[in-house]
Write a protein that binds this ligand. Structure first.
Ligand code: ADP
Length: 433
């Protein structure tokens, strides 16, 4: 059987979380193969189910449906061949660096002498020689994460799972640690057979991985599996590197749905309610104005993040909003203003508000909110009520953010008003139609 040759295989994995009455599909039909020798990055926006998948792969959590095969065998319970390194260092503060590494070995019944030798050796390999007797609080974030790696590697996992391992570190420590991990991995300095790294950092994924599995959310699913055929060491500024980064951006920014933007259905209707990208009008206007200023009104999304000093996750939300509202199109990692986007960027405040109002009225979630207000006594409802009404389509914190965003957009467009003191949303006269 071919499945025997895969180190890890996910078959039709679904994960549905149940909170109260609600069932929330966090992961939908994920199929994924990881072979020996591969470094795979799992990339996607917050909430697309990356951590959920890691917990399923390591056996910390069972999927609602589907099967995990490890070396061709169905996984039941915790996977003894896999270890996770989390972004928060999760060290025991009362133990020394060396004891923190030994803990994992002790749990596996390794006697004191070899245990201690192995810990010292590992600490040396991750560059912590001389810090064996230090306590975690005496170390920098980068050093603590190295202890985390040493501890994970102490048990010689075949499959090393990394959950955003560098995201809590400052830029310099993160860079250094990425380099060191790659050196260990590529130089065969660790017995690990494959690495699966969750990240939402595109450059990090392109810098380190052999393959990038791109996920989308609502529901969490795999939308692309992109090979990264670049030799190591990779250089962030190289043109081939940037070309791969662009390709990943293009995939994430909805290259997969180019011509017509999928609007989704209204809450309560059958079908998928499309979430509003959580951005403010001011942020969106800033991006459109910037594009209006550059040649051809077109920019490379990756550079745009740099130029505007916006993190890539958030910039993707902004490009999604621009596309959803018809102000821009995205193709091959570039974002271009549409004629409407150009008009918006050049317009006066009043004209902008009008344009914005006509655009957001088309969004099903907005139509739903306006209709609910139009039908309500005095054309007003409490924000909490609107939030609860959205509860069938989104989990509570997301419903709250959706209403917040909708109200922010609606106020700008002067379709809605909001009374902060009483938490009440009002329909403006212009909002009735
Ligand atoms: P990511 O790691 O990509 O940010 P997660 O796997 O943490 O995504 O979460 C995916 C979705 O599932 C999110 O919408 C999150 O709110 C939801 N979720 C995660 N864990 C639980 C849980 N235990 N109960 C209910 N919902 C959850």
């Amino acid at each position: 059987m071919t499945t025997n040759s895969h180190l890890l295989e996910l078959q039709h994995i679904h994960m549905i979380y149940t909170t109260g009455q609600r069932q929330f599909p966090a992961v939908q039909d994920v199929n994924l193969v990881v072979d020996e020798g591969e470094f795979v990055a799992l990339l996607g926006p917050s909430g697309c189910g990356k951590s959920t998948l890691l917990r399923i792969i390591t056996g910390l959590q069972a999927p609602t449906e589907g099967q995990v095969l490890y070396r061709g065998q169905p996984l039941h319970g915790v996977n003894p061949y896999a270890t996770i390194v989390f972004q928060s260092f999760a060290l025991f503060p009362w133990l020394t660096v060396q004891q923190n590494v030994e803990v994992a070995l002790k749990a596996r019944g390794v006697p004191p002498q070899p245990r201690s030798l192995r810990a010292i050796d590992l600490l040396d390999r991750v560059g912590l020689d001389g810090f064996e007797t230090a306590y975690p609080r005496e170390l920098s974030g980068g050093m603590r994460q190295k202890v985390g790696f040493a501890r994970a590697m102490a048990v010689e996992p075949e499959l090393l799972c990394l959950d955003e391992p560098f995201s809590a570190l400052d830029v310099l420590s993160a860079d250094a640690l990425r380099g060191e991990l790659l050196e260990l991995w590529l130089g065969g300095g660790i017995p690990t057979r494959a690495i699966l790294m969750v990240t939402h950092n595109i450059e990090e994924a392109v810098f380190m991985a052999d393959r990038i599995v791109v996920m989308e959310k609502d529901p969490g699913r795999v939308v692309a599996d992109l090979p990264v055929n670049l030799p190591h060491p990779r250089h962030h500024k190289g043109s081939e590197f940037l070309a791969v980064v662009d390709r990943v951006y293009a995939t994430l920014a909805g290259q997969t749905e180019p011509e017509h933007v999928e609007m989704g259905t209204a809450p309560g209707e059958p079908g998928r309610t499309r979430a509003l990208p959580l951005v403010t009008v001011n942020e969106l206007a800033a991006v459109l104005e910037h594009l209006a200023d550059v040649p051809h009104h077109r920019a490379d999304i990756y550079r745009l993040a740099d130029d505007l000093k916006i993190n890539s996750d958030h910039l993707l939300r902004l490009t999604e909003a621009a596309e959803l509202l018809g102000f821009a199109t995205v193709a091959q990692g570039d974002i271009s203003l549409t004629p409407l986007g150009e008009t918006f960027a050049a317009a006066s405040i009043v004209a902008r508000k009008e344009i914005f109002a006509t655009r957001i009225r088309r969004l099903p979630l907005f139509r739903w909110l306006l209709a609910m207000l139009a039908a309500a006594d005095n054309h007003q409802i409490e924000a909490d009520v609107a939030q609860t009404a959205l509860g069938l389509d989104f989990p509570p914190p997301e419903a709250e953010r959706q209403i917040e965003t909708a109200v922010g957009w609606g106020r700008y467009a002067e379709l809605l008003a909001y009374d902060d003191r009483h938490g009440v949303i009002y329909l403006e006269p212009g909002g009735v139609r």
